[in-house]
Write a protein that binds this ligand. Structure first.
Ligand code: GLN
Length: 540
């Protein structure tokens, strides 16, 4: 399809937040991709932060990092996991980023003395960014998820931008899908459509008529109710789509298929149906996921465990890796702050593997180190990611190399043994958000390592998000005692992977493998870690 023919689908949300716009967008995209279209998804967030990089994970969950090093909303993780297509800086836009570019241009004098206003300057900038991916010629369909809920003050410029775009592009190149809630009132034994009617009206007040309604519901939507919603919301009856609660988010594409969502969307966009959706791999994954032949219990040791979204990509990677092994992976969250020498055996009892999570700052760090000592000594499979890898280096330094106060200079800038330290060139950068090693970097694996066995390749690339590194001054001492560098960044000679010689499965990685695991390509490290946990359990 020519680039001036790309189609745009906008997804808005009504009634309440947390309806799953991200999962819906990813699922619809999957169906359209399965029909042979090139699809991408982008997210527009109405907050003022320029990107989510500086946000506490308790605010919006994990920060997802793209290949090109953008720190983005976790929904981009869903997009990549469903589609297997990489996203980039352009796929996540915030109000902060939009204002920053308009204000920067104003300071440079670009507006020639004119008053700079929300309409047209901010809305023009939003539209420019809404069109960028479609105009690249790489995609036939661009799905744009508008964060927040219709009616929020901060969403208004986005809704206005969509209104103008729809007017410019026409109805066959631009459609609006509104995701809404149809609650069930227990006392009345009834599904209620009024909130949906109101949120569609609210959208209409801003000049946008929804083309398709996707109704989240805990009970099936009977035909009469669909008709009622269609009549009062001014859409065709077949454009009222039921989105029932599901056991796994990976069922959503198939449920939408059953509702004919892809047919309706293609008809509205005046696109051919091409072929039946090819979902063979997807279905095979679901069948493995739902019919496990074994199970393991993996401990996830971290400081944000109260909020599931903080480790979203890790949890999803375990789902992919579990399915690949036909094994149900039960992830047990363990608050690292609560682990100490006295209770570590009890806290880690009955686990078949332990993953120590990424993180920043020193809260809970000693608990992570204590957990690692235990799994190292008891030969329980261990997987350390980013800070988790740094902790296993600190633990080994303290307890095996006997470097008493070994630490990372992030936690103790005055340690005598900075086994984890900042690279010289990064020490001079002080601005938060500007100092990190972000995005994809090369790693070269040494043969005869577990990591090489796992990847079956010597040259890999993985995504990063950190400031501190393994301090190479200590490498010889570590290797002499059995902690080996298994992979190194060839350009800067930075240790990317450490592993123990004398342990069934003990691997720490400075990068974030969880960001590259997808349904159809589960990450090999997660697959191998789950397999190691199965073997450990089997040996009893
Ligand atoms: N805080 C550590 C660093 O900056 C690890 C970061 C992480 O786990 N993502 O290097």
């Amino acid at each position: 399809m020519k680039k001036d023919q790309a189609r745009y689908i906008f997804v808005t949300g009504g009634v309440t937040s947390s309806l799953g716009k991200g999962i819906f967008s990813a699922s619809l995209a999957k169906l359209l991709q399965a029909r042979g279209f090139r699809v991408t998804i982008q997210k527009f967030d109405p907050y003022i932060n320029v990107d989510p990089g500086t946000l506490n994970p308790y605010e919006h969950g994990e920060c997802y990092v793209t290949e090109d090093g953008a720190e983005t909303d976790l929904d981009l993780g869903h997009y990549e996991r469903f589609l297997g297509v990489e996203t980039s800086q352009a796929n996540n836009v915030t109000t902060g980023a939009v204002y920053l570019s308009v204000i920067t241009r104003e300071r440079e004098g670009e507006f020639l003395g004119k008053t700079v206003q929300v309409i047209p300057h901010i809305t023009d900038e939003i539209q420019r960014r809404m069109l960028v991916l479609g105009e690249s010629g790489e995609y036939d369909i661009v799905i744009t998820e508008i964060g927040g809920t219709v009616g929020d003050i901060e969403s208004l410029p986005y809704i206005e931008a969509v209104r103008q775009l729809k007017w410019k592009l026409g109805d066959s190149r631009c459609i609006i899908i509104h995701l809404t809630l149809v609650p069930y009132l227990n006392s009345a034994h009834e599904l209620k459509t009024k909130p949906t009617q109101h949120s569609v009206k609210l959208l209409l007040e801003s000049g946008l008529q929804a083309d398709i309604l996707v109704c989240r519901t805990e009970h099936p939507l009977p035909k009469e109710l669909r008709r009622k919603i269609a009549l009062f919301c001014n859409v065709n009856i077949n454009s009222v789509i039921e989105a029932a609660d599901v056991k796994t988010i990976y069922d959503v594409p198939l449920n939408l298929l059953e509702e004919g969502a892809d047919d309706i969307v293609l008809a509205k966009l005046k696109l051919p149906k091409k072929h039946e959706p090819d979902l063979a791999n997807w279905k095979a994954f679901l069948s493995r996921l739902k019919n496990p032949t074994s199970s393991v219990r993996i401990g996830l040791v971290g400081k944000y465990v109260e909020l599931q979204d903080a480790y979203k990509s890790i949890l999803e990677s375990f789902i992919h890796a579990g399915a690949a092994n036909e094994c149900k992976v039960q992830v047990i969250s363990i608050q690292s702050e609560h682990i100490n020498d006295n209770n570590v055996a009890e806290k880690l009892a009955d686990l078949d593997g332990v993953l120590v999570a990424p993180g920043f700052g020193d809260r809970g760090i000693e608990g992570k180190i204590t957990a690692i000592k235990y799994v190292r000594e008891h030969k329980i499979p261990f997987f350390g990611i980013c800070l988790g890898m740094q902790c296993c280096v600190i633990e080994f330094g303290r307890n095996v190399l006997k470097l008493k106060d070994a630490h990372s200079t992030e936690m103790n800038p005055n340690t005598k043994h900075p086994v984890i330290d900042m690279m010289e060139e990064q020490k001079h950068v002080t601005e938060k958000g500007g100092t990190m090693r972000l995005g994809s970097y090369d790693c070269r694996l040494y043969k005869k390592t577990k990591a090489f066995e796992v990847y079956r390749s010597q040259n890999i690339t993985e995504r990063h998000r950190h400031r501190y590194e393994f301090n190479n001054t200590y490498l010889k001492d570590y290797e002499a005692k059995g902690m080996m560098a298994a992979g190194v960044n060839p350009q800067q000679n930075l240790v990317e992977i450490v592993e123990l010689k004398d342990h069934p499965w003990f691997i720490g990685v400075q990068f974030h493998p969880e960001l590259k695991s997808t349904v159809e390509n589960p990450h090999p490290l997660f697959v191998a870690f789950v397999k190691a946990a199965m073997d450990y359990k089997h040996q009893g």
